[in-house]
Design a protein around this ligand. Sequence first.
Ligand code: EMZ
Length: 383
Amino acid sequence: MKKSEISDPFEKARLEKGFGEMDDQNDPVVMALRHKDVRRCAHNWKTFQSGAEPGRIVIPSEVNIRDIRQIPFELDPPMHGDYRAVVEKWFKRPLEANYEAGLKCIIDGVVDEALAKSSVEAIEEFSLVLQSRALTLLFNVPFEESETWISWGTHVFRSKDSALDADKANILYDYIDNKIAESEKNPGQDFYSVLLASDVNGKKLTKEEIKGVLMLTFAGGRDTVINAVTNSIAYFAEHPKSLERLKNEPELINFAIEELIRYFSPLTQMGRVATEDTQVCEHAIKADSRISLNWASANRDATVFENPNEVVLDRKMNPHVAFGFGTHNCLGATHARQILKVLINTLIEKVKSIEIIDAKENIETLGEFKRKVGFDSINVKFN
Ligand code: EMZ
């Protein structure tokens, strides 16, 4: 088996019954596994809500380490749309030419640094650095700020020894409080200042709401982007012909990005809380219990994707749900897609081959299922 391969542990359950079950801190989760059901449940926000207790729709649940609602992620319509409208334009900036140029400069730098070393550990020395530096563009803050963010490691709420690390979370909360206070004193063009000046339906955002948006921006696109970037490096290391093909057929790059994201599904699932007694795939769901929308499983559903376990770089019909589906589709998707686009172009330009020296997989245990989502560490050599 190739190191870049990501298999699908949900196939049997998806075919046989359509749902899976797991426990998470004594708050069980019924996972919807079929593409059709995942989309249907995601669409049905009245029955399957996001606006439950803060932290509860995340798996593993974060209710014990955070009480601030992430916005717009943990709101339901119509409020969700009102708050989303406040930040939507800001999150589309990655499409602007100067943003893309900034991203190119950052990714050129990370790739050049990797080329200069005899080997790099791609999570810590490549993807985390790339993600943190790129985030300075999304926040519109000085590049140097990325050094602090890099020091937080790959996840703001998780550490090597603990899936939910309250001390670590407090570092982020204090940092955010300080930044809001600084921008209040000295407003600028950064995201903090923009949020402080924004209003929703004619009312200024509260501090609590601003913190909710910031927390989502720091936490939501961190391990996911890191996984997508690292998995891309591993994939191109083992499929040099694919990189060659994208070089010769650049018109395929946008298709390839969607296909890689489908295949990697960097976020396995996202939860919802039922507002009434209902069912998923004929399985009874009690009011106030949790379900999950298993994006990773839906993205391998053979009734929708031909050869679902293969990376088909030029896949044309690709209704993947790796960025979620419906009103809650990923706010950071534009930034994430641009990162992958610039990364692929930079690899094409600068890198002849990548060798994987060794790798340790990152496996999530979800009840009876074990899913590889990326790597804990992977040493590579860029040539
Ligand atoms: C939450 C989540 C959002 C959560 C789209 O995902 O990402 C997780 O990594 C965070 O821990 O708080 O932001």
